[in-house]
Design a protein. Structure first.
Lengths: 384, 60
């Protein structure tokens, strides 16, 4: 939640200050969050952990998430989807590094009277800071109007790719912004529905076949497809267009969420089909994150795309709360009414289908931004 | 990586590019390898008594 709020709050500042300052602020906040968490662990003060890891670290995370987006789009005007895919894939990949690293560090620092969490926070904060500073020192912004040799935007331009810029405050008032907000919120809420329940769900749908160890493997597989989907789908969107890409996410996603509970032990009893459907869904969940900045750039131009992206990430904040609450509430409701554990997932997953259909409708309604919102006298010169 | 601050004018050095990719690629490769290793358990583990286990963290 804090990530989205931070991105929304500081996005406009980032556009003025530039990516280097924003990345530096992000590195400082993120590392500081770990250090405050260390103090919280040492002092046995839970609130310090919330403030440190949650608020201060989350603020750094939000800033860091949007910082490279507009710069990468400027370096890859011919392939903005690929560019945003790389950035957002990096965020997904970071979770794959952080999780095993934390486990190994805690094992390293573990003593009979100390579980090693505090030292792990301290070490990880320092490692993250150093790596983020590498980014701070190496990032470069191309001069305005730079384009790859031999590339002309006219070959890619279409009605859904603007040649004009829209400022963040103006974009905030367009129907397109809120339609894309709904698209992202629905896509993320549905994805979180699987991520939160992945391990217990596969065990309960295939009771006696899948145990905790295999379920942990399933969650790992989801992580890989979540990350890979970010790069794959956003790159694909450069060729087929942003809107059609979301049509695939939301339409195919709706069908797959509907089918998913039937793959379980009570119906078709196919672990392979369940896993296949789940990994495709997670790849589209990740793809939704990675493609949205390019979609925003197509709609609003590159001028304030990081700031607009930051504000759109409030959809993630809402989905981060809405997803688990909906899933847990619906599941508890089903269980209270005598539905067995495996059967309770059916209602939850079918509800996710409905959410994706709402997102599908919102995406269909997206049209080019009206001229009245354009930034005056600053048409983006994309043509040769 | 270009040599000047606004990214224009000079060609990136091959060594600098290699270092940059290694700096990013090695940790990422290590993370993906660990996750892939963990995901293999799905295909290796035989039938086991079902009991809910806390889910490992996944990219958001």
């Amino acid at each position: 939640m804090i990530l989205g709020l931070s991105a929304a709050t500081f996005g406009k500042w980032l556009e003025g200050a530039g990516p280097r300052k924003a990345m530096f602020a992000s590195a400082v906040c993120f590392a500081l969050g770990f250090y405050i968490s260390y103090l919280g662990v040492q002092a046995h003060q839970l609130w310090l952990l919330y403030v440190g890891y949650g608020v201060v670290g989350g603020t750094g995370l939000g800033l860091g998430y949007i910082s490279p987006v507009s710069t990468l789009i400027k370096w890859f005007p011919d392939r903005p989807g690929l560019a945003t895919g790389m950035a957002i894939m990096g965020f997904g990949g970071g979770a794959m590094i952080g999780s095993p690293l934390a486990v190994k560090l805690m094992a390293h620092f573990h003593t009979p009277d100390n579980v090693g969490v505090g030292s792990t926070f301290l070490t990880m904060g320092t490692i993250y800071f150093l790596f983020m500073m590498f980014g701070v020192f190496t990032i470069r912004v191309p001069r305005e109007g730079w384009k790859p040799a031999g590339w002309t935007s006219m070959t890619h331009a279409g009605a859904m790719i603007t040649t004009h810029d829209v400022e963040v405050n103006a974009a905030f008032g367009t129907p397109q912004f809120w339609l894309l907000w709904i698209v992202l919120c629905m896509n993320v809420t549905a994805g979180i529905g699987i991520i939160e329940q992945a391990s217990p769900m596969i065990q309960e749908l295939f009771k006696g076949t899948i145990g905790p160890v295999a379920a942990a493997g399933f969650v790992g597989l989801l992580s890989i497809f979540n990350m890979g989907g970010r790069f794959f789908w956003s790159s694909v969107s450069d060729y087929i267009g942003r809107k059609p890409t979301y049509v695939i996410f939301l339409a195919a996603g709706a069908v797959l969420y509907w089918v998913l509970p039937y793959t379980g032990g009570n119906h078709w009893n196919s672990v392979g089909l369940f896993v296949t459907v789940s990994v495709v869904l997670l790849s589209m969940y990740g793809g939704g994150f990675a493609t949205i900045p390019a979609y925003l750039r197509d709609m609003f131009g590159g001028y304030n795309v990081s700031a607009i992206h930051g504000r759109l990430l409030t959809a993630w904040s809402v989905a981060g709360v809405l997803g688990p609450v909906l899933v847990n509430y619906m599941r508890e409701y089903e269980l209270r009414h005598g539905v067995d554990k495996a059967g309770a997932y059916q209602a939850v997953l079918h509800f996710m289908t409905l959410l994706l259909l709402v997102g599908f409708m919102a995406n269909l309604l997206v049209r080019p931004v009206a001229q009245k919102y354009w930034r005056t006298g600053s048409a983006t010169e994309k043509a040769a | 990586m270009a040599a000047n601050t606004n990214g224009e004018g000079t060609k990136s050095s091959g060594v600098a590019l290699l270092v940059a990719w290694l700096f990013v690629g090695i940790p990422l490769g290590w993370g993906v390898y660990n996750t892939a290793l963990s995901s293999m358990k799905l295909f290796q583990a035989g039938p086991a008594p079902a009991m809910p286990a806390p889910a490992p963290s996944s990219p958001r």
